[in-house]
Design a protein around this ligand. Structure first.
Ligand code: PLP
Length: 378
């Protein structure tokens, strides 16, 4: 089936009780059992929920995966990944990952005896060099947030396969509409469904997708044992949202390309970072492993004052954390999403005080460009 057909139908069957075309919100914590040891396969809400199962099947299908495991947030799914290893194990991680991922690993799980190497995975040699005897996982995010640096998924997966390591890819920015890591050889795909998959800025959620039966079994166990599961209502909202994923992603991409072009020729701008621009150092890799460039653009406006001025003057863009919704948002990573990353680390990564990240929504692009224009010139 094509992407949109799967997005609309996968994982969803008319409700067996009434024939309801929309998967119901099974808002229940427990299920009646017919006799001791006899039930319909549903015992307790943390372990089994049909709305959640429908969402898991739906997103897994879009990622070309067999199994989806849903979590209460993107970070809860990162935590589940860390449940695949034990004290004394080592992970190689993209140095410029989502700020919360860095915080969870480096400031919390390091205390439990996990060892992390933070490397610039845009150069595959750095991954190879960082692998040690006790390495178990290579965790990459591509494109990264907010620097939009890319890692070659196929090359990373190949290294992992040769050394028997688990290859995890955070695919939040691209979604399966533009990038399918499992097809490129990755073992696990991670999503913050909070972003594009849900796309309407009204839930927090996470998802892991895999084709590996053993990894699935362990993740399923962790989902129930840790208990960070999403609510049936949040699953239902996300299931409703993925139906329009294709049309939304097309529009995000189209709008972002136009805005990136506009900003590239603007004299107030020091640097525009967008994988769809020929000026992006990994534009060729972007074309190879992605079928679109997404809706995120990072722009260096030279100084904190410039960034502050622009973020206070925009009217259609809203200053807010998060990204991937239908509405356009603007964020100052150094003081917002990446505030917990030490300043010298931020500078090294290029997250300067003048950097603004645009999450381009699906409004009329003329209005978005006019909004940026008035903020720059007023
Ligand atoms: C937001 C985000 C996360 C964390 O997800 P939450 O749903 O906020 O917990 C992880 N990775 C990326 C790339 C993100 O953008």
């Amino acid at each position: 089936m094509g992407f949109s057909t799967d997005a609309i139908h996968a994982g969803q069957i008319p409700d067996p009780t009434t024939g309801a075309i929309t998967t119901p919100i099974y808002q229940t914590s427990t299920y009646a059992q017919e006799a001791l040891g006899v039930n319909k396969g549903y015992e307790y809400g943390r372990t089994h929920n049909l709305t959640r199962q429908a969402l898991e099947k739906n997103i897994a299908t879009l990622e070309k995966g067999k199994y989806g495991i849903a979590f209460a947030s993107g970070l809860a799914s990162v935590q589940a990944i860390l449940g695949l290893v034990k004290s004394g194990d080592h992970l190689v991680v993209t140095d410029n990952v989502y700020g919360g991922t860095y915080r969870l690993m480096e400031l919390i799980f390091k205390n439990y005896g996990l060892d992390f190497s933070w490397v610039d995975t845009s150069d595959i040699k750095n991954i190879e060099n960082a692998i040690k005897k006790n390495t178990k996982i290579v965790y990459i995010e591509t494109p990264t947030n907010p620097m939009l640096s890319l890692t070659d998924i196929q090359a990373t997966a190949k290294i992992c396969k040769a050394q028997n390591l688990i290859c995890v890819v955070d695919n939040t920015f691209m979604t399966p509409y533009f990038q399918k890591p499992l097809e490129l050889g990755a073992d696990i795909v991670l999503h913050s469904t909070t972003k594009y998959l849900n796309g309407h800025c009204d839930i927090i959620g996470g998802m892991l997708i895999t084709n590996d039966e053993m990894i699935h079994e362990r993740l399923r166990y962790l989902q129930n044992a840790i208990g960070a599961v999403p609510s049936p209502f949040d699953c239902w909202l996300t299931l409703r949202a993925t139906k329009t994923l294709a049309v939304r992603m097309k529009q995000h991409n189209e709008n972002a390309i136009k805005i990136a072009d506009y900003l590239s020729t603007n004299s107030y701008v020091k640097k525009v970072i967008y994988p769809g621009l020929k000026s992006h150092p990994q534009h060729e890799l972007a074309k190879k492993q992605m079928s679109g460039f997404g809706g995120i653009i990072s722009v260096d406006f030279e100084s904190f004052n410039n960034a502050k001025k622009i973020s206070s003057k925009v009217k259609v863009f809203t200053l807010a954390e998060s990204l991937g919704g239908v509405e356009s948002l603007l964020c100052h990573p150094a003081s917002m999403t990446h505030a917990s990353v030490p300043k010298e680390e931020r500078d090294k990564l290029g997250i300067t005080d003048g950097l603004l990240r645009f999450s381009v929504g699906i409004e009329d692009v003329e209005d978005l460009i006019a909004d940026i224009e008035q903020a720059l010139t007023s």
